[in-house]
Design a protein around this ligand. Structure first.
Ligand SMILES: *Cc1c(COP(=O)(O)O)cnc(C)c1O
Length: 517
């Protein structure tokens, strides 16, 4: 395959980059995001043929066609490692039909990986290619340092990144989480993490404190010089704007289309709508790329929770966070104000780096921007946005369990509600992004019909999150708990350091860890 080159959405990096370049670099100098120069066209027969292959071979077909600069035999090996026994379902990303109670609905389950959330689809794969990219450069004689992936997390991402980078060559990972700001299950997932190259620190503060400290560490020239000199190490963020995380997400839309046709529920070539619970716009953007590569996807339904800036943007063409409060919801991984991958979608629709630079500058300076009428029309042609409030999302969990026997997590519930409201003639693929057990306390509230803002009923008030999980199982006896969550109860804690907020404390903790470890 000819190699695909990448350029950035703001046209500030003049050098054409390869796939492994952009995996290592992450973001372009000047703040733009890397996008491919061209996309391959997948023929319908190729797409449908994937249904006969195991998931890793489906992924290989998509990777191969995208012309990436890793030898094809090696790509196949890495993908077999990424999507193997680390997933608890042999299909990796199975599609399950809604059945008689939900005709025309198909659920794409993206939570069969080791951390039970959809971030695994990207983070079980991308670190392998990252590590390979470093190894390739060293084999070619370049003096490439090791990389320290530094991540601030409000929950899901930290664990998925830890699991993805654990024991990967040429990399280390350190995760910072707000000490009082993650659920008990999320905290235990992180502090029990295995791997010789991982560290986890609680921070006295909230998620913003963690995020700000990480940003300050990235921007601190002395710290970066010290890392290079004493540890031959460079910082990397591996966050969701990295193209290396986006590409693996395109695969499951190609795969799901093939599966729905193979199930007999869709004529080959007929449109399949998709409905995605959206935060940073990565997941739904992958659907846009799949559609552009020839997968017959119909409307892309963008489902938001009460943080509904994207729904408003799609409806109006104005992205406005001037007066917008940040709301707490039962679907925390969708709680965003600035949706970072939206920039890529805007670039793909208008193709004009100058306009992108203008809008992004306005967003930084004025907290608002408005796209031109043509771009707005292009957005509305592809996407439909809608939002679901906190109480409705919990009510949906209860109703869908009663009607269909399926227990949704609060993120998937948002997508389910939007899919129901807007279902047209075409069947709709509801993208399910987490296993409910990760959010057991809110799922418990949902099943007991307790409003989101109300306390737990008296008989449940003193229960731990693990006990609430057991209570949910009593109410939904057909459900099971993924092994990775079940074993948390008595997994040994490896990391109990809590540090002060601020750059100095974070840098100190990281240097101490590197020096001792
Ligand atoms: C990250 C995440 C989302 C949002 O995905 P984006 O790609 O950021 O839009 C939705 N649900 C869950 C469970 C997540 O972890």
């Amino acid at each position: 395959m000819p190699l695909t080159t990448y350029h950035d959405t703001r046209a500030l990096d003049p050098t054409p980059r390869t796939f492994t370049d952009v995996v290592i670099k992450g973001i372009a100098e000047g703040g733009g995001l890397y996008v491919p120069e061209w996309l391959p066209e997948l023929e319908l027969a190729t797409i449908l043929g994937l249904a006969a292959l195991p998931y890793h071979a489906r992924a290989f077909e998509v990777f191969r066609r995208l012309g990436i600069d890793v030898p094809e035999a090696r790509q196949a090996e890495l993908l077999a490692e990424a999507y193997g026994a680390n997933f608890d379902n042999p299909a990796v990303a199975p599609v399950v039909a809604g059945g008689d109670a939900a005709p025309g609905m198909h659920v794409l389950e993206l939570w069969h990986g080791p951390t039970s959330a959809f971030k695994d689809m990207a983070l079980q794969c991308m670190p392998l290619f990252f590590s390979e990219a470093v190894a390739m450069r060293r084999a070619a004689g370049a003096d490439v340092p090791d990389f320290l992936v530094l991540v601030a997390t409000s929950g899901d991402t930290g664990k998925a990144a830890l699991e993805g980078f654990a024991d990967r060559e040429n990399t280390r990972i350190a995760v910072l989480y707000p000490a009082g700001g993650v659920s008990e299950i999320q905290r235990r997932q992180m502090v029990t993490q295995h791997g010789a190259n991982v560290a986890v620190f609680g921070v006295e503060g909230n998620f913003d404190d963690c995020q700000n400290a990480v940003k300050a560490a990235f921007a601190d020239p002395d710290f970066n010089a010290l890392l290079r000199r004493d540890h031959h190490t460079e910082l990397s963020s591996a966050n969701s704007i990295n193209w290396g995380r986006l590409l693996p997400q395109i695969v499951y839309y190609v795969s799901a289309y093939a599966d729905v046709v193979a199930s007999g529920a869709l004529e080959p070539g007929a449109p399949l709508d998709v409905c995605v619970p959206t935060g940073n716009f990565g997941n739904i953007l992958a659907a846009l790329y799949a559609k552009r590569m020839g997968v017959p996807l119909g409307r892309l339904l963008c489902a938001s929770n009460e943080n509904d800036v994207l729904a408003d943007f799609i409806a109006t063409g104005t992205y406005d966070i001037r007066e917008r409060p940040f709301v707490t919801t039962p679907s925390p991984s969708m709680d965003i104000l600035i949706s970072s991958n939206l920039e890529r979608a805007l670039f793909e629709l208008c193709g004009d780096p100058e306009r992108i630079r203008g809008w992004m500058t306005e967003l930084t300076l004025n907290k608002s921007f408005t796209v031109d009428p043509d771009t707005r029309a292009a957005i509305q042609d592809l996407f439909l946005g809608d939002s679901v409030d906190n109480d409705e999302s919990l009510a949906v969990i209860r109703r869908v369990l009663a009607d269909t026997g399926r227990l949704l997590d609060p993120h998937t519930a948002v997508a389910w509600a939007v899919a129901e409201r807007h279902k047209g003639v075409a069947p709709v693929l509801v993208v399910s992004t987490a296993h409910w057990a990760k959010f057991a306390a809110d799922v418990y509230k949902a099943l007991r019909a307790v409003p989101y803002g109300a306390p737990l009923p008296p008989d449940a008030a003193g229960l731990t999150e693990f006990q609430l999980l057991e209570e949910v199982l009593r109410m939904a006896p057909d459900e099971t708990i993924p092994a990775g969550l079940a074993e948390l109860v008595d997994a040994p804690v490896r990391f109990n350091t809590v540090i002060a907020r601020g750059r100095e404390a974070v840098e100190g903790a990281v240097l101490e860890w590197l020096t001792e470890g």
